[in-house]
Design a binder for this molecule. Structure first.
Ligand SMILES: NCC[C@H](CC(=O)O)[C@@H](CN)CCC(=O)O
Ligand SMILES: [Zn+2]
Length: 332
């Protein structure tokens, strides 16, 4: 046999094997843990979410209790989603910036309780609009883009004033990064808060459990006019480029597993921007239920899935498995 046919010599023991994947290592500092804060339950309570196994909606105080042991285990970053009662929802999503909203109430408390925790806040209107779309609508039911990005910028400012370290706009409106950066500059806050844009976010079937959690499914129509077509690489790249030009500090591809090629392409084109990848609720539920059905061992499947995203180019991993990974990665 020729030496050129010999590969086993390069990976016959664990140390040699570890040298073949150093750029895909997982560590807890890369993890962002999505959490739901709500006024649907009393502050000290929490509730299960149908179709979203082991995930809960937390009252403000219950969220603090839930996070404390995780922060003690090394949790570094959370991504906060607000869930409010339908009576607070209106066509322009006014309640999103209300000081009584669960997100605005929890931010100063989280900052005070967990000084080491980096707090990202999802920015969108769908959790606060009566129609459930991510932006404000014109009378004909289409997106009013200028009104939407102005509203989003105002909401972003309120979150920053309450203590958010990172604003993560998931709305997919055109020009919202520029609008957010401009209002932060105007208020002399731009240098102390990052904008993590959901830049390449696709219209995906994998958001179902989240929409149950956030009670944010559109009451009519769908989000295909502003979330990217799953088949389009070009729009994914152009959306990332648009957000880089507008000043995004970090980029994102979402969902993760079904879009590894997009992750690779975005990272290759924009190597100097940290790239987050969101392992979304449907990916989470798929792995969870398959493991429950004994298709595979959950820990192995989750780690292999996330290593795939890292191999494709992810620097940051947004995953609902974060609490388990805080233990699993210690044992690796
Ligand atoms: N702002 C839209 C929410 C959005 C997807 C959707 O419901 O269209 C995601 C949250 N940023 C869903 C995330 C998930 O499914 O885990
Ligand atoms: Zn939305």
């Amino acid at each position: 046999m020729e030496a050129s046919h010999l590969l086993h010599s390069g990976y016959f023991n664990p140390t040699l094997r570890s040298w073949h994947g150093s750029n895909t290592l997982l560590n807890i500092n890369q993890l962002i843990y999505p959490v739901f804060v709500t006024d649907l339950v009393p502050d000290e309570s929490s509730e299960e979410i149908p179709n979203f196994p082991e995930q809960r909606r937390y009252g403000v105080d219950a969220l603090v209790d839930h996070l404390l042991p995780l922060v003690n285990k090394g949790l570094k970053t959370i991504l906060v989603f607000g869930v409010t009662t339908s009576s607070n929802k209106a066509s322009n999503g006014e309640y999103a910036s209300s000081k009584d909203s669960p997100v605005r109430r929890c931010l100063p408390i989280l900052r005070s309780k967990f000084p080491s925790l980096t707090i990202a806040v999802d920015l969108c209107l769908c959790g606060y609009t009566s129609h459930g779309h991510c932006g404000i609508l014109k009378t004909d039911g289409t997106i009013d883009n200028p009104a939407s990005i102005q509203r989003l910028a105002e909401v972003a400012l309120s979150f920053v004033q309450d203590g958010a370290h990172i604003i993560a706009p998931s709305d997919m409106m055109d020009g919202r990064i520029d609008a957010i950066k401009k209002i932060l500059i105007l208020n002399n806050l731009a240098s102390s808060v990052a904008v993590l844009s959901y830049s390449s976010k696709f219209a995906s079937c994998f958001y179902g459990p989240f929409r149950d959690a956030a009670q944010s499914a559109p009451s009519a129509g769908n989000r295909r006019a502003y979330q990217l077509p799953a088949a389009s690489t070009g729009l994914a790249i152009r959306a990332a480029e648009r957000d880089v030009i507008e000043g995004a500090d970090m980029l994102m591809v979402k969902p993760g597993g079904p879009f590894l090629d997009i992750i690779k392409e975005v990272k290759q084109r924009f190597p100097h921007h940290p790239l987050a990848v969101y392992q979304v609720s449907g990916e989470y539920a798929m792995l969870w239920h398959a493991a429950r059905a004994n298709a595979f061992e959950l820990r192995a499947a989750v780690i292999e899935s996330l290593i795939g995203m890292r191999r494709a180019g992810a620097d940051i991993l947004i995953t609902y498995f974060t609490p388990q990974l805080l233990d699993w990665l210690k044992e690796e």
